[in-house]
Design a protein around this ligand. Sequence first.
Ligand SMILES: [Zn+2]
Ligand SMILES: [Zn+2]
Length: 187
Amino acid sequence: METQARLTVDIARLESEGETYKGETPIEVLDLGESELLTPLSGIRYTLFIQLLNTELLVRGTLSVHLQCTCVRCGATFETDAVDRDFVESYEISPENEFMDLTDAVREAIILALPGYPVCREACKGLCMKCGANLNTSKCSCNRKGNDMRWAALDALDAQMIPKEEEEHEDLDRGKKRGRKPTVKEK
Ligand SMILES: [Zn+2]
Ligand SMILES: [Zn+2]
């Protein structure tokens, strides 16, 4: 089970009292595209109890993925696990269903468990907006009253790694120059 590309339940062979599926998908299954803040370091790890109750296939368990993240406040990279301990999915099964593919459901669930704004630790002080000093490890003499540290970290990221091609980033830049925070649009 552990190395197959799709996470598939063989319904005909499922033990009548239920069965635990434990393993890890290939790392490619969790495709996060161009994410600048999150890089998966593992496949999706799963421990799932799977049971056929009459015509309902019930799947419950825990999902996790090991990630490398970039802190949105200070720009540091750190590793963490995103975990979904309450994964539940059920499927109506007809007699001709021999297999059930759980891959997409598992992927969608773990994506919801990923940190949207990863921080290296809750107390991260971020970077100084004026001089860029990492305030976790050093002090600077800038007057920071009224500054929002999180934007300093984003500026540092912009300078490091963001190619200027997406319109959204340009909007962000313009917003900052005018001194207002850009609003985040739901897609
Ligand atoms: Zn940080
Ligand atoms: Zn400073």
